[in-house]
Design a protein. Structure first.
Ligand code: NAD
Ligand code: DAU
Length: 354
């Protein structure tokens, strides 16, 4: 039995692949384009594992995807591949349209063709699981109930609009062609191997480097944080027992304003790696120009996945953020390796006029 995982060298995809092999020796074909966000070093512990087949390539490359499906005959395709950073989508939406919409379309076409060749149990057991985001639902007011799976789609950034479009395509391929799809819409992840352009790893990395900790606007935007390994366990659970054609919201019941998140990171660093001068890392916080169109609040109502599938997160925010900060302290080489010239260029451009 084989899985085809796309985007398996990124943050969530590589955590998923590593966790998969911790519990199974089922082969994983890992298709990743290795954009700036893809990192084969995330998978270094799988070196020599013959059940992990890494292929550098694009989900939009129909010939490549078609041949991988024909050759490896997976029982499921899990689509993690995407452009994922909201700020980058604001600066340049083109790649988001290309990968998240056109790429997903090409992948769907190849999977539809492959699925059409299957028969009997192979055909009925096949699944395409599309990994998506809560951002497709737009922004909540302070007192609004959390997003359920029935919340209308109101994406506000080029990133979330491109993910919404991909979700619609996945839905349409089920409705029109009967393709056996599952979609998960997850809240903000954090944990090991998170690229330091996103809030939590950026704060951990900048704090230790003595740099400013840039909080957008008033820092009171709310996100619902989930430890990445809990997201991975949710995906495994949905793949195993999710109902075909359904969408499942995944979240940590951990709504927190950004400033509180930054304070938590500073306080943990104060404890685990105190500054030489004895002052708190909180002193490095600076308030910078807000993100254009910044969504104010996300919150996930995760009752469906709990009631239907029995999934619940294992980590609280307190346990997960401690593990995360400790991971970055234990892995300075990983941080140095991802802070390439291209990373420095991005940080210089994004925070120049902040
Ligand atoms: P990431 O940016 O860390 O990783 C994306 C991976 O996809 C990279 O390895 C990259 O090389 C690869 N990729 C990009 N374009 C590709 C293409 N055309 N073909 C093949 N591979 C390509 O992203 P992430 O945070 O790991 O997110 C993974 C998925 O989960 C995305 O679909 C994202 O929308 C979704 N998601 C992320 C979060 C979060 O908090 N990070 C939350 C909910 C959902
Ligand atoms: O909700 C799920 C989404 O979470 C995923 O779909 C996206 O792929 C993922 O990147 C994430 O999007 P966010 O925009 O919420 O994550 P980010 O880490 O970029 O920002 C989190 C919050 O922190 C957001 O309100 C913006 C703010 N922020 C971010 C950065 C990078 C700052 O205040 N300062 C910063 O420097």
């Amino acid at each position: 039995m084989t899985l085809l995982v796309t985007g398996g060298a990124g943050f969530i995809g590589s955590n998923f692949v590593l966790d998969w092999f911790a519990a199974s020796d089922e082969t994983v074909v890992n298709l990743d384009k290795l954009t700036y966000a893809g990192n084969v070093h995330n998978l270094i512990s799988l070196k020599g594992n013959q059940h992990h087949i890494f292929v550098q390539g694009d989900i939009g490359d129909a010939a490549l995807v078609g041949s991988l499906l024909a050759q490896h005959r997976p029982r499921a395709v899990l689509n993690f591949a995407a452009e994922s950073h909201v700020d980058r989508s604001i600066l340049g939406p083109g790649e988001f349209i290309q990968t998240n919409i056109v790429g997903t379309f090409q992948l769907l076409e190849q999977v539809r063709t492959y699925w059409g060749t299957l028969t009997g149990d192979e055909k009925s057991a096949f699944r395409l699981l599309h990994v998506s985001t809560d951002e497709v639902y737009g922004s909540l007011g302070a007192r609004d109930p959390a997003f359920t799976e029935n919340h209308r789609y109101e994406p506000n950034s080029p990133y979330s609009a491109s993910k919404a479009a991909s979700d619609h395509l996945v839905r349409a391929y089920h409705h029109t062609y009967g393709l056996p799809v599952l979609t998960t819409n997850c809240s903000n992840n954090y944990g090991p191997m998170h690229f330091p352009e996103k809030l939590i790893p950026l704060m951990i990395v900048n704090a230790q480097a003595g740099k400013s900790l840039p909080v957008y606007g008033d820092g009171q935007q709310i996100r619902d944080w989930l430890y990445v390994k809990d997201h991975c366990s949710a995906i495994r659970a949905v793949l195993a027992t999710g109902r075909v054609g359904e969408t499942y919201n995944v979240g940590g019941w951990n709504e927190k304003p950004n400033l509180e998140i930054v304070h938590s990171v500073c306080d943990l660093l104060d404890e685990l790696k105190p500054r030489a001068n004895g002052h708190s890392y909180r002193q490095q916080i600076t308030y910078v120009t807000d993100r254009p169109g910044h969504d104010r609040r996300y919150a996930i109502d995760a009752r469906k996945i709990e009631q239907e599938i029995g999934w619940k997160p294992a980590e609280t925010f307190e346990t997960g953020i401690r593990k995360t900060v400790q991971w970055y302290l234990d892995n300075p080489d990983w941080v140095t390796q991802v802070q390439s010239g291209a990373y420095r260029d991005w940080v210089a451009m994004q925070y120049a006029q902040a």
